[in-house]
Design a protein around this ligand. Structure first.
Ligand code: F6R
Ligand code: ZN
Length: 192
């Protein structure tokens, strides 16, 4: 990996980086147990393991002092009334923060700290979100047609802890209601 300055571009309309090192695809099957409507989830999965989101990573050493960047794309879709979303995670080194810049689409970031406090921030083109250290984060696409595209940057040594969220879920669900988007308490939340 060269230790010299480098640039890349995020070309419209896809915003897929002109240079990237890793492309991750996450499908319905990787979100087992996370959507509230388990019945609908199983039925959808039996028909097709649909693509829910993708991540394009720019690789750098996973070391303090480095910054890892990339593009996250959550596709539009729902399981029952619940919008497509990322798995969500704490950082393994929990006192590491992250910055997101929303470049396209509509959505929100569901966040939660180890004390069980929750927070939900809107994401819209041009919005910048600072996720402080210790807050787990999950992005949700609430548009019916458009991808939610965000650029992210976080410390190189952060790592990812997915298992805590797989076990306890998030305290809030983002649903499509009759009058628009509803953020409701998750009845299956294993509150810390
Ligand atoms: C990195 C980060 C994002 C997410 C991406 C996919 O720390 O928060 O790059 O990794 O939005 O979400 P997850 O990792 O939860 O599958
Ligand atoms: Zn993160």
């Amino acid at each position: 990996m060269p230790d010299t300055p480098f640039t890349f571009t995020l070309p419209f309309p896809t915003l897929i980086p002109s240079h990237f090192d890793n492309h991750i695809e996450r499908r319905l099957s990787s979100l087992k147990g996370q959507f509230f409507d388990l019945d609908t989830y199983q039925k959808m999965l039996a028909v097709e393991d649909s693509l829910v989101y993708e991540v394009y990573e720019i690789r750098r050493p996973e070391a303090a002092g480095e910054i890892l960047t990339g593009i996250s794309i959550v596709h539009p879709g729902k399981v029952g009334r619940e919008f497509y979303m990322t798995k969500g995670h704490f950082h393994a080194v929990i006192d590491t923060a992250e910055v997101y810049l929303c470049m396209k689409g509509e959505g929100c970031m569901v966040m939660e700290n180890p004390q069980g406090e929750t927070s939900v921030a809107s994401l819209y083109p041009g919005s910048v979100l600072y996720v402080p250290p210790r807050w787990a984060h999950r992005s949700v696409c609430t548009s019916r047609q458009q991808d939610l595209v965000t650029f992210f940057a976080y410390p190189g040594h952060s790592g990812h802890d997915y298992s805590t969220i797989e076990r306890q879920g998030f305290g809030k669900l983002v649903l499509e209601g009759e009058k628009g988007i509803e953020i409701v308490d998750n009845p299956r939340w294993n509150k810390p």
